[in-house]
Design a protein around this ligand. Structure first.
Ligand code: SF4
Ligand code: SF4
Length: 73
C-alpha cells in the first residue's frame, strides 16, 4: 500500500512526438522504458513505458528527450 499522500509516478510518452532515438531508454537506470514494434505517423518506432511500477520519477527520461515527448505526473 502507498503511504498517505504519496502517489505513484506516471510516465506518459507521446508516441506521435517520439522519434525513437532511445535516449530515454538508455538513460533510465530502472529499465522502465522500452521499444515497441508499432510505427507512428512519422515512421518511427516510439518508446513505451514497459515496466511502470519500477519508475522512481527521477525525471532523467524527461530531461533527455530532445522532442519533448515525455511527461511525468
Ligand atoms: S522518471 Fe526516471 S525511473 Fe521513471 S521512466 Fe524516467 S528515467 Fe526511468
Ligand atoms: S528520448 Fe524522446 S524521442 Fe527519444 S525515444 Fe525517448 S521519448 Fe522518443
Amino acid at each position: 500500500m502507498e503511504p498517505a499522500g504519496k502517489k505513484k509516478p506516471i510516465v506518459i510518452i507521446d508516441a506521435e512526438r517520439c522519434k525513437g532515438c532511445e535516449l530515454c531508454i538508455v538513460y533510465c537506470a530502472r529499465k522502465v522504458l522500452g521499444k515497441t514494434k508499432n510505427i507512428n505517423k512519422a515512421g518511427y518506432n516510439p518508446a513505451v513505458v514497459a515496466d511502470p511500477d519500477k519508475c522512481t520519477a527521477c525525471g532523467f527520461c524527461y530531461l533527455m528527450c530532445p522532442d519533448n515527448a515525455i511527461e511525468i505526473k
